[in-house]
Design a protein around this ligand. Structure first.
Ligand code: NA7
Length: 549
């Protein structure tokens, strides 16, 4: 689609800048739903912008080989609000590929006629609030794009690529591909020596795929990971039919159960002997997906002893798969199980049994520098032709900081967030009136099913807008007191768990210099109840201004 798509007839023009009721930045799951809901359900004039050339957001960018949803996702990692969409889309596998998710998003965009209100290939570089008019103006490198009362930032929890700055990396003469910025044309690994840095979800998914055709793959690992067998399989037609019939009920369950409808059958660990617990771990491992984490025993994320038992169980599994004991030793994770993003694998550990895959443990043999032709570690030179950076993202807060909106008094968000990502309800920021974040820091975001989370957050934005309009008000913004309380709540929940023990991107630990702060709300059901309570209770924690025009 081109930037010349038609503009909604209800848009007005102030000076040369088209003015809308709402601007949505981002055309991924969150932004597309916001556009649909505000435009079609509320009748607002809305204009969306995205730096990509088409819809998809994360799924437009992350097209590396092996990319999949990191959960048994079908048909639940999708919009839930429309029975028609559920009925019309066929999900082929239990764990959806990137291509299937992207095709689904394109289907939704067509079905809801969304593209006509989205300007693609337009990266929004700035957003400024004008107190006098209570409007936001957004800008690209080509100048002002649009003005609106409401600014919805659906700009991605996993968008800003984290790239290592090893000495000499720019001297490397071969191709460098970050998994989160994968080229659209096919990348051939045939006969190539490939270096992969990073063993999070992206690395674990892509390494076995690349190894199928590459001459050699050298994996540079900083932290060994727990990964559970995905046991991906075709989604039986009759299961999909049953899900469609039960959709209303499933949707309610998802809302109540952390975003997924699966029934949890956890057991109390103290009711079982260690041998019985081990047997149950085996059963859950064989079932695959997240079962070991969510269906084995109560307290996996809070009970240190239980967590260590599961951790040891997975280590035993890794040893049983990886044939070379030295390689297996290097692959032993030591942080508490599940406290970094849990990974589902499709042949990751098995890949180390291939002759063409070697593992470099960066804890013992760190990268010293890059040369034109390879990587030099303490123990020697690794010649490579292609470098794959599976090094993750400046997650959750990174995209807001890159946009760096200027709020009341022109204050850049980067100033406000220099030490903490203060906000209220994970969606609003004191000093930034009428700005809403989808999947911002302090919201369930990556801990919940993101499409459903976006739907529920957008419904809350609707209640804000209706509240303002019903009362003839112009602007609302969080108070700093509410932000402080919210920050304490988020941390208190996280601190009751083992999550803060790991150096994860959940904690901001993966990016040098990033403030250490738990970035998500761990209890989605509680969070969304809270949004409802705040709206129904008259928006405690917010300040309002009369409308100026
Ligand atoms: P992740 O999960 O952040 O993984 C990035 C990996 O890259 C991880 O193993 C990091 O090690 C490693 N890394 C990061 N920086 C470096 C440097 N400088 N040197 C060596 N290794 C490094 O990102 P993914 O893309 O895999 O997944 C992100 C999410 O996307 C995922 O959870 C899914 O939800 C989808 P570390 O563990 O930090 O020591």
């Amino acid at each position: 689609m081109s930037p010349e798509t038609t503009q909604p007839s209800s848009a007005s023009v102030a000076g040369d800048t088209p003015t809308y009721d709402a601007i949505v930045i981002g055309a991924g799951f969150g932004g597309l739903y916001a556009l649909h809901h505000l435009r079609d359900e509320m009748g607002l004039s809305v204009r969306s912008f995205d730096g990509a050339s088409d819809v998809g957001g994360t799924w437009w960018y992350n097209r590396y080989p092996g990319a999949r949803v990191d959960a048994p996702s079908s048909p639940f990692y999708a919009y839930t609000f429309s029975q028609e969409l559920v009925d019309e889309w066929e999900w082929p596998e239990t764990q959806s590929t990137q291509a299937d998710v992207l095709a689904y998003i394109e289907f939704v965009a067509d079905r809801l006629d969304l593209r006509k209100d989205i300007q693609f290939d337009t990266f929004v570089t700035d957003a400024r609030y004008d107190e006098a008019t209570q409007h936001w103006t957004i800008t690209s490198t080509d100048g002002e794009l649009a003005r609106a009362r409401f600014l919805v930032c659906a700009i991605g929890a996993l968008f800003v690529a984290n790239k290592p700055d090893y000495p000499g990396i720019d001297d490397f003469a071969g191709a460098i591909h970050h998994t989160g910025r994968w080229p659209h044309e096919p990348v051939s690994f045939e006969g190539k020596r490939v270096g992969v840095i990073g063993t999070g979800s992206s690395g674990v998914q892509t390494i076995p795929e690349i190894a199928k055709t590459a001459e050699h793959v050298t994996v540079f690992q900083r932290t060994p990971q727990y990964a559970l067998p995905a046991r991906n399989r075709p989604l039986p037609k009759e299961d999909l039919e049953q899900y469609r019939r039960d959709w209303d009920e499933l949707r309610t369950s998802m809302r109540k159960r952390g975003g997924w409808p699966f029934r949890i059958e956890k057991h109390d660990p103290t009711d079982h002997t260690a041998a019985e617990r081990w047997e149950r771990f085996e059963e859950m491992w064989d079932r695959g997906g997240m079962h070991l984490a969510i269906n084995s025993f109560n307290g996996v994320y809070v009970n240190e002893d239980l967590n260590e038992e599961i951790s040891e169980f997975v280590r035993t599994k890794i040893r049983s798969i990886v044939e070379d004991p030295d390689t297996a030793d290097k692959l032993m994770p030591s942080y508490p199980f599940g406290t970094k993003r849990l990974i589902l694998d499709n042949g990751y550990f098995e890949a180390y049994n291939r002759d063409n895959v070697t593992l470099v443990d960066l804890r013992d043999d760190p990268i010293e520098s890059f040369t034109e032709t390879g990587v030099r570690t303490a123990e020697g030179e690794h010649p490579i032709d292609i470098l794959v950076l599976a090094t993750g993202f400046d997650a959750v807060s990174g995209s807001m900081l890159r946009l760096n909106p200027k709020g009341r008094g022109g204050v850049p968000l980067a100033d406000k967030w220099s030490e903490r990502f203060d906000n209220n309800l994970g969606m609003t920021i004191a000093g930034y009136p009428n700005l809403f974040m989808i999947h911002g820091p302090g919201s369930p975001g990556v801990f919940f099913t993101m499409p459903l989370g976006a739907e529920l957050q957008t419904k809350w934005i609707e209640s804000c807008i209706r509240h303002l309009d019903d009362a003839g008000l112009g602007a609302m913004e969080a108070t700093e007191e509410a932000e402080a309380t919210w920050g304490e709540e988020i941390n208190a929940i996280a601190n009751r768990t083992l999550y803060p023990r790991a150096n994860s991107w959940y904690m901001g630990a993966n990016v040098p210099g990033k403030p250490r702060q738990f970035l998500g709300h761990l209890i989605g059901s509680q969070y969304f109840n809270r949004l409802t309570e705040v709206a129904e209770g008259g928006f405690d924690g917010f300040e309002f201004e009369n409308r100026v025009s």
